[in-house]
Design a protein around this ligand. Structure first.
Ligand code: MN
Length: 136
């Protein structure tokens, strides 16, 4: 997929490919603000190609996602997946196991505000991902 198409919902440049051991599929990350002051939170724009998503993970302090384009999913362990679209905001509590990523047929772009460390866990299995939006 062309970068221009992927970045259609991105306000900021696409950035480089994200680390493949923490993501499934084609994802890009642009760290747009990393100064420790005044917020003490890393701010990155993450772009997901259709079908791509993070591994399951937790954030030591929590995380806020600001959706800037496309369609995607947010899922906390033990809860139904929530569909996401441009303008949605997700408040992710500290130490809650979750993943986020694109819908099956759409690119997806969010800005992630992450004030603490991230603990990366196992990938989201293709079978479980494929059931999203079908009553799962
Ligand atoms: Mn997260």
């Amino acid at each position: 997929m062309a970068h221009e198409e992927l970045n259609g919902g991105g306000i900021f440049p696409l950035g480089g490919k994200a680390e493949s051991e923490y993501f499934t599929g084609e994802t890009y990350r642009n760290m747009i603000f990393t100064d420790p002051e005044p917020l003490n939170a890393a701010i990155g724009s993450v772009t997901f190609a259709p079908g791509s998503r993070t591994n399951w993970h937790t954030h030591k302090v929590g995380q806020v996602l600001l959706v800037t384009g496309g369609e995607g999913w947010y899922r906390e362990e033990g809860k139904p997946a929530q569909p996401l679209k441009q303008g949605d905001v997700v408040n992710i509590p500290a130490n809650v196991k979750h993943w986020h990523g694109a819908a099956q047929n759409s690119w997806f772009v969010h800005i992630a505000l992450t004030p603490g460390e991230t603990q990366w866990l196992e990938p989201v299995e293709d079978e479980a991902y494929g059931r999203l939006g079908q009553g799962e």
